[in-house]
Design a binder for this molecule. Sequence first.
Ligand code: NI
Ligand code: MN
Length: 228
Amino acid sequence: MAIKFTWYGHATLGLEIEKQHILVDPYFSGNPLSPVSADVVRADFILITHGHSDHIGDALTIAKRTGALVISNAEICNWLKAKGVKTHAQHLGGGYNYPFGYLKLTMALHGSSLPDGSYGGNPAGFLLTAKTGEKAYLAGDTGLFGDMRLIGEEGINLAVLPIGDNYTMGPADALRAIKLLQPKHAIPIHFGTFDVIQQDAAAWARQVEAHTDTLVHLLKPGESYLLS
Ligand code: NI
Ligand code: MN
């Protein structure tokens, strides 16, 4: 029993849980780090943390091609539903049982306007309790907040955190986030894509492993990590 996490660069992830394919923040077109095209990725479900174009990305075209169910907040779901996409709306603090597991929306300190300027509601992270038993926290774009401690109380196997700085937590605050969340494993994302979010992820990994019990897994775009 395991979850396979594939990083496609920036904040784009592919999860495989018992043959189900779940895309998170599917930004392929225009993503300088993406090793694959939006035309070929598989999706049964698409999770969107917030409305910014580097997160909603290719969600519309992938959802139309694959028939995937889009899961996000109510505002983003309504925006996509009006364009002919199947959606399931949730909101902060609420969870729902899907075939792949129980998914809860968590708070994120960020913005969420949609590409056409529409209101995208509150940005979110995801706390996933996979059907296979593992618990993963996908923080989304966020600054550090103290209630990460409450999320950590649930017992996190893997935390996927932004470390890019400028738009989200930088390396120092992401280390503080690790101390609040106390995950067994961590993967850094949302860095290296643009000039203003260049970071030394290997240096961050050394800091985390020197000061906490968390193991950091550095992926190159297209590489996968198996959480089991
Ligand atoms: Ni954003
Ligand atoms: Mn972003």
